[in-house]
Ligand binder design. Sequence first.
Ligand code: DAH
Length: 364
Amino acid sequence: MRLDKAHVSPSSPSVLAQLEGIQDRFRTALSGLDSELALRTARAELLGKKGELTAILRGMAQVPPDQKKQVGEAVNRVREELEAIFEAALVDLKRKQRAAELAGPPFDLSMPGRPIPRGHRHPVSLVMDEVLDIFRSLGFEIAWGPEVELEVNNFEKLAFPPDHPATDMQDTFWVDVAGAPAKWRTLLRTHTSSVQVREMSDHGPPLALVSGGAVYRRDDDVTHSPMFHQIEGFYVARDVSFAELKGVLTAFTQRLYGESTPIRFRPSYFPFVEPGAEADVGCVFCSEEDGTRAACRVCKGTGWLEVLGCGMIHPSVLTATGIDPEWYSGFAFGLGVERIAMLRYGIPDIRVLFENDPRFLAQF
Ligand code: DAH
């Protein structure tokens, strides 16, 4: 820079003198710096709000009005030159850094990257599909029903008497009680048996359907979750017998747990079937031969695990859904998916299915 001293008055020299040589000092200072941060800091010390140049500018107040223009131009020129020095130093630094990078040891491009773990389906959903597939292969079709269900479909048409302690046995989450007429009252379905009512009301026999999904009960303790999953199946046609029910469920058990898995039927009570039964399969956690049976905590030493409820559809359920019980008969069954998953994968504690611990879920 050339400061044109000839054109400035005696009162301006202090500003001009201060500008003198400032570029050389700046250039020298920048040349010793080896990081962008250091360069920017040096720039701020000179050109920033509290910088040296800004301080010099304050001296402008003393410059007589008729010389302000010239001194101002000089100051602006210096500022532009300083900016240019800074930009050049930055470009120079980047070039040096790049050269050093190229000269240094090369990156190992063959080094494996960090793996991105792939997710997969939850064991409950895997088992749900597996079970539905087995029934599909036995000739059943898939049906669907809503989780928010009419009370009549969940209880009444399944022959639960009005005073039935369903609220004890299947403590219910009500969705809509206040003011709703009885026939429009809704709840979170307590079981998938409500799908029977819907399908039988909408379609005449023959029907062979399975339906899976979430169900809800006001239960929450170590062995119960307020939300769990069930699969319901039913077959309605002419002359359906209990023997067919046993045949279908035996074939199902053997496909799911293996040919040699035993199944047994015990009489039991559900309002919507007559006769009703519960089915047990042989415990998969222990065996008599290796002496682990007596101490087995899962089957409590009995060798049997309860897996489903079933029975012949009650004539009053057929009637309530518009099917003539004199002409048609049917069987139905309902099973808990979490329970099946536990037996399928040897999981002794139901809670781990809902804790979502990746160390557990990664094992499937
Ligand atoms: N709905 C019953 C429950 O949730 C299970 C059940 C039992 C379903 C017997 C059926 C059946 O279809 O026949 O406990």
